[in-house]
Design a protein around this ligand. Sequence first.
Ligand SMILES: C[S@@+](CC[C@H](N)C(=O)[O-])C[C@H]1O[C@@H](n2cnc3c(N)ncnc32)[C@H](O)[C@@H]1O
Length: 253
Amino acid sequence: MLPQFRPLFPEMFTLYIEPFLGGGAVFFDLQPLEKSVLIDSNFELMNFYQVVKTKLDALLADLERHENTEDYYYHIRSINPDHLTGVGRASRFLYMNKTGFNGLWRVNRQGRHNVPYGRYKSPQFRDEANLRKISLALQNSELVCGDFSQALAYATPGAFVYLDPPYHPLTKTARFTSYTRDSFNDEDQIRLSRVFRELHSRGCYVMLSNSDTDFIRDLYEGFEITTVYARRAINCRGDRRGPIPELVIRNYR
Ligand SMILES: C[S@@+](CC[C@H](N)C(=O)[O-])C[C@H]1O[C@@H](n2cnc3c(N)ncnc32)[C@H](O)[C@@H]1O
């Protein structure tokens, strides 16, 4: 999506805020010189970034011990991450993300990870050069584990806020919004649109991605809406693999 997104970014901003960080594709593409605030509600993910930022050598050492076998994967999966150190937890997270099926991170209602072993020949779970680049890119950022509304605690005039929430489902069966125990429902989309408006009234540049549904178009009526086209990599339905229209909504031109 980045080639379609780049022309839509503001030319200048004073602070970068990304409240649904995930893999951080936009943050790592921009690598802003300005200070950044990076937020996600997934504790495992934010602990991982914190460790990459501040304890990279310890993480690299810990990653050495992992093996890519089915038995070992299920052993690591069965460990309760609350019993690990921050570094051990980040190491488990990266190992499982790279060796688990399709790179998915999915938990059940009890919060236990339930993705099966991926059977990949040589997954890269200790890519030192890449981890060092990521660590460097994170040095000027504040990492926050929490709800997207935390962005309001940091938003000052001239800040650029990029919002990439779990998408509003196109159909009820296309509902894949449970990244963590709490799924993202219509109420959350409405709550998000209020945060969008509050950021707008504070003089921030606000850009949001979402699916192209009537519900989303109605929520952001009056703002600048651009259609972009996505090829979705993680999609169990073959007929949805072609380019599908999605929306980028901004409060600026
Ligand atoms: C669509 S993904 C973001 C993908 C990201 N742009 C990337 O490049 O990978 C949505 C993210 O929002 C996070 N999330 C879900 N609910 C949230 C909430 N209420 N507040 C903050 N983050 C949330 C999920 O953990 C997930 O990482």
